[in-house]
Design a protein around this ligand. Sequence first.
Ligand code: UAG
Ligand code: ATP
Ligand code: API
Ligand code: MG
Length: 483
Amino acid sequence: MILSEILYKISLQAVSGKTDIEINKIVFDSRQVEKGSLFVAIGGTQVDGHQFIGKAIDLGASAILCEHLPETLNEAITYIQVENSARAMGFAAANFYQHPSKKLKLVGVTGTNGKTSIATLLFRLFRRLGYRCGLLSTVQNQIDDDIIPSTHTTPDSVKINELLADMYQKGVTYCFMEVSSHSVVQERIAGLHFVGGIFTNITHDHLDFHGTFDNYLKAKKGFFDQLPASAFALVNTDDKNGKIMLQNTAARKETYSLKNIGTFKGKVLACSLFGLQMEIDNKEVWFKLIGSFNAYNLLGVYGAAVLLGEDSDEVLMQLSDIQPPAGRFEQVVSKNNIVGIVDYAHTPDALKNVLETIVDLREGNQQIITVVGCGGNRDATKRPIMAEIACKMSDKVILTSDNPRNEEPLDILAEMQKGVPAIHFKKTQTIEDRHEAILAAVKMAKPEDIILVAGKGHETYQEIKGIKHHFDDKEVLKEAFGD
Ligand SMILES: CC(=O)N[C@H]1[C@@H](OP(=O)(O)OP(=O)(O)OC[C@H]2O[C@@H](n3ccc(=O)[nH]c3=O)[C@H](O)[C@@H]2O)O[C@H](CO)[C@@H](O)[C@@H]1O[C@H](C)C(=O)N[C@@H](C)C(=O)N[C@H](CCC(=O)O)C(=O)O
Ligand SMILES: Nc1ncnc2c1ncn2[C@@H]1O[C@H](COP(=O)(O)OP(=O)(O)OP(=O)(O)O)[C@@H](O)[C@H]1O
Ligand SMILES: N[C@H](CCC[C@H](N)C(=O)O)C(=O)O
Ligand SMILES: [Mg+2]
């Protein structure tokens, strides 16, 4: 595409060089540059992309999109200066791929917990309702039956537009995507056209990246602030910050609640290890998801589907038959009835919700044994809190490694240990190796006991010092059960 078309409607501060040149690729990593690329220099969290402009030119970049121009300009190259290059890249990517988000119906889901659950349920529901669908999620990206591995919860803006363009070409009507707070701040969703946005909840996470809870809140709100008037903004108002999402949005304001207020109301009637019974719009329905926190996810999905024009009875009928995504309250039961539960709870609130559900469901003298760790190079302030929650709500706890990434596993564990109240020392142990920790939990379990393995859910790897080793909590549980 011609550069001037890629720059259409983008506010430019300065241009040096020709804009009637052909561009065949937009890249923001110099290592991906090929002949004819537009290289976008972005100030990152580790390095400033502007320092790679020279390297990008050496590798064949024809044009540079940046926030400040290099001291010496190469006359053969076009330089475009903008205020925010990440944001400009979002709009450039939308132009380059010819606005796929406007050609299909894109729905975004944001919140600390529940994004994957809601986006995946919507994807599965709308496929059952007869539509071709796309999904952009933490677990995987998907176009109908085709699974495309995902590297982020929300991909970068070029990747999103490339995937949406592919979806449009394959006849997709609806795409459901997760909108992480990182993606809002880093402008990965700039230039996208949404028909709806959903807010789940906001609790403690990602303070390493956002600095303060207030900034985290602003990031989530930023998604709703950029929705157009034609979209709906569907918000869980039982979350005390829910209404804040609606403060400055141009979108139609809609709400859901389990407290009998708002557009969509629901009530939990019963919850067991087999499912959840709810009343929605005066209809009683059983769902295959477990835990009252999932009642919020189901109600959000129901609300969104109705707002998108689907028949409410049909929606409930189909939704009642849908399985939760992988690694969300997934059960592996041994032959002698030890109940293993693998769950992606990696925030204090998620861990508390899952354990509350397990405590409510436990019968007689069933013990709860929790195996949990916290990821490295991520918010360290949640470590002692998660350890404390695990200890207070379980009979036995094994603190272990999650994805240590570039941190020392024992340093992470030392921070978790700080949260263990003295009265719980006796029931808590630390086993650095996650495989060993799961085996130990199974060894100490009696028939009927419940083992919660929290934090990694669907993940099939453990990231240690830049290398992803194969690791699957479900697989290890099965191995430990030895059935
Ligand atoms: C903290 C964070 O969000 N980092 C993301 C960010 O990288 P960064 O800002 O650190 O980049 P950097 O390394 O400083 O480099 C700056 C710029 O220089 C460029 N560069 C760098 C080196 C080089 O040789 N040449 C070059 O051009 C880079 O491509 C980049 O454009 O931009 C990159 C490109 O889009 C992302 O891949 C990267 O995600 C990292 C891998 C990551 O782990 N992100 C996590 C925290 C994340 O985004 N998570 C959320 C989910 C959160 C949730 O649970 O809600 C997600 O959406 O996945
Ligand atoms: N509505 C909810 N409220 C609170 N906790 C929830 C909710 N839904 C799911 N959880 C808990 O959070 C965990 C992660 O759920 P899910 O993957 O849907 O969240 P997410 O927002 O996509 O997370 P991520 O930020 O990692 O992408 C679940 O395994 C469960 O423990
Ligand atoms: N989307 C979350 C995933 C955390 C998963 C957990 N297993 C970890 O590695 O910390 C994040 O980027 O913080
Ligand atoms: Mg997710």
